[in-house]
Design a protein around this ligand. Structure first.
Ligand code: ADP
Ligand code: ZN
Length: 614
């Protein structure tokens, strides 16, 4: 099998589909990819918006190989650059990178290759690219295209602003004939306009794909005992798989990671309070080992390109739906089944509202943040399809309910909560809008406590009127009333509840209230259906394939997914190739990887024992 198709230019090299098949091992372009590739091959500019995992890389990698010269890729994160280059080299593509992590000797080597026309792709950090030395070098080369990855880094309003990105408009002035492509997974319209303007890409054709992530299943459950809930979720759906658990505070991160480890899970903490060294080490393990769970604050995530993150769990409510979408979007980049799972309770609402009120932000900023929090809460209490709502929030319409969120799979029963809601609100009012949920529930249930007697709450008209619900039922109702804006939390941090204007129509009897019903011990029915990745019977073989991949990855010092993605291993499990020819047909194999690894995986599939340690 010829495994270096690029070294001898053949007529096929100018055929994108042939490259897709022989180098990357895929039969078809995804819907938008083919168009972008064609557009670029013809020498035009493009602005590409695709969600994470949408397949942006091939959009410039293939044109860079088809067009004469070297494709220059600007990428802001050194770790991502190395992953991409490693994966390309595995596939037999002549790729290299230039950044500050290279020794000057290695950098000279790359420069020589570039000058000799031996590179199809060169990944460069933006500051490196704009250095006079690099520009002088590029002046002497043939450039196939410029690809500007993570293009939202030009946006001064975003979290990822990189001042060097602003200088990238120079590229067009210096090399007007070279086509450029800018790519991002950031969906919002303002960022899109900023990219077009600041990079001088106003005239570029825009390719905007749907931001839906159909392989991600959204589930939000009421918080009961968060740790136990997390544990049963992990046991039921993700044994041995990699995922991220987000918590709001460092302390909760540490405690949760500790606790998971004591339960036998391979969990690590990540937050800004750890030393840079520990953070690096933990991130490294997460990326290169199979099945590590990262318990993290939101400080973790940017620059994580791991394709096989199988779940993202939120133990605390995210600040906005934008944050939720970005954080959950780190699951399932490889397109395989993934879970976005969250628990939330009324304490989350209280805490976030307080953080917001206490913050030093300007009034206008606070108003915006309050709206974002409200949108998040409404999303949690939603009884309709979560995906439709989420995409709608970002301005995209999904015609049908998705069938892959908790509300679609298990339509939540609703109930007429009008009367109990009125009772709850009037209890808040009668007690002077100075108490938290615990006391209010005691009053409604007519509990004879010291506090009740001391405050003379047993003399109120609302004392003991709420025996139709139990304490848990009332707590749920208070959470829902908070989430839906009928109640607000004080700013002082005591968790006391007060009425809002929103209450009036309800209290006056002009409005009814339908809420989702929470059934104790719910969701058992669904849990019984297997949500597992690999059938029980195949589990052993699956582990053997992963072990083989791990061995090969360790020997070369690359992450396992650089050898093969999970999707490719699953195809092997499914199709059970016996010959190299059959192996060649597995999506994601390609000629170079077939030559290097085909036999090793065929041996595993045939049940041959792995080679002993070298
Ligand atoms: P992005 O950069 O948009 O997040 P990637 O370029 O990393 O996405 O691609 C995501 C995943 O999809 C990778 O596993 C990649 O191999 C796979 N992929 C991309 N294009 C195709 C295709 N045409 N057919 C099958 N898989 C593809
Ligand atoms: Zn749905």
């Amino acid at each position: 099998m010829e495994c270096a198709p690029m070294s001898v230019p053949s007529p096929e090299v100018s055929d994108p589909r042939w490259l897709l098949r022989s180098v990357f091992g895929y039969d078809d372009f995804r819907p938008m990819q083919g168009d972008v590739v064609q557009h670029l091959v013809e020498g035009n500019d493009a602005l590409v918006l695709m969600p994470t995992g949408g397949g942006k890389s091939l959009c410039y990698q293939i044109p860079a190989m088809v067009r004469p010269g070297t494709g220059v890729v600007v990428s802001p994160l050194i770790a991502l650059m190395h992953d991409q280059v490693d994966a390309l080299v595995q596939a037999g593509v002549r790729a290299a990178c230039l950044n500050s992590s290279l020794s000057s000797e290695d950098a000279r080597g790359v420069e020589r290759q570039l000058l000799a026309g031996e590179l199809d792709l060169l990944y460069v950090a933006p500051e490196r690219l704009l250095a006079p030395r690099t520009l002088a070098l590029l002046d002497q080369c043939r450039i196939a295209l410029f690809a500007i990855d993570e293009a939202h880094c030009v946006s001064q309003w975003g979290h990822d602003f990189r001042p060097e990105y602003l200088q990238l408009s120079q590229l067009h002035e210096r090399y007007p004939a070279v086509p450029r492509i800018a790519l991002t997974a950031t969906a919002d319209g303002r960022t899109r306009e900023e990219i077009a303007q600041r990079l001088g890409l106003r005239g570029a054709r825009r390719f905007i794909s749907s931001f839906d992530r159909p392989n991600i299943r959204y589930t939000i459950a009421p918080k009961d005992n968060a740790r136990q809930q997390l544990l049963s979720f992990l046991k039921r759906e993700h044994p041995g798989e990699a995922g991220i658990v987000y918590c709001l505070s460092r302390r909760r991160v540490d405690e949760t990671a500790d606790w998971l480890r004591r339960q036998g899970w391979d969990a690590l903490p990540y937050h800004a309070g750890l030393s840079a060294e520990d953070r690096r080490a933990h991130q490294q393990r997460f990326v290169s080992d199979d099945g590590v769970i990262m318990v993290a604050t939101i400080a973790f995530g940017m620059g994580i390109d791991k394709p096989d993150v199988r779940f993202v769990a939120h133990l605390d409510l995210p600040r906005s739906l934008e944050a939720y979408y970005q954080e959950t979007g780190r699951a399932g980049r490889d397109g395989l089944r993934a879970n976005a799972w969250m628990v939330y309770g009324h304490q989350d609402v209280v805490m976030l509202r307080q953080l917001l009120e206490e913050s030093a932000a300007a009034a206008e900023q606070k108003r915006v943040e309050r709206q974002k929090l409200e949108a998040t809460l409404a999303f949690c209490e939603l009884t309709a399809c979560r995906r439709q709502h989420l995409l709608g929030y970002f301005g995209e319409r999904l015609a049908e309910p998705c069938g892959n969120c908790d509300n679609c799979l298990n339509p939540p029963p609703t109930w007429d909560a009008t009367e109990p809601a009125r009772m709850a609100l009037s209890c808040v009012y009668r007690t002077g809008q100075r108490f938290g949920v615990a006391q209010l529930v005691d009053v409604l249930l007519g509990k004879d406590t010291e506090r009740v007697r001391a405050l003379r709450h047993d003399r109120l008209s609302t004392f003991g009127i709420g025996k139709d619900l139990d304490a848990r039922g009332w707590r749920t109702l208070f959470r829902q009333l908070l989430a839906l804006g009928y109640l607000r939390v004080d700013a002082e941090g005591y968790g006391t509840l007060a009425l809002t204007d929103r209450c009036r129509p309800l209290l006056r009897g002009e409005e009814r209230l339908e809420l989702r019903r929470e059934v104790a011990g719910r969701r058992r029915s669904r849990g019984s259906r297997s949500e597992r990745f690999v059938a029980e019977a195949d589990q052993q073989l699956w582990e053997a394939l992963r072990a083989c991949r791990r061995r090969l990855a360790e020997a070369q010092g690359v992450p396992p997914y650089v050898i093969f993605h999970d999707a490719t291993l699953l195809e092997m499990l499914d199709q059970r190739p016996v010959t190299l020819e059959q192996m060649a047909a597995i999506p994601g194999v390609g000629e170079a990887r077939l030559a290097k690894y085909g036999q090793a995986f065929l041996d595993v599939l045939a049940g041959k024992p792995p080679p002993g340690p070298a």
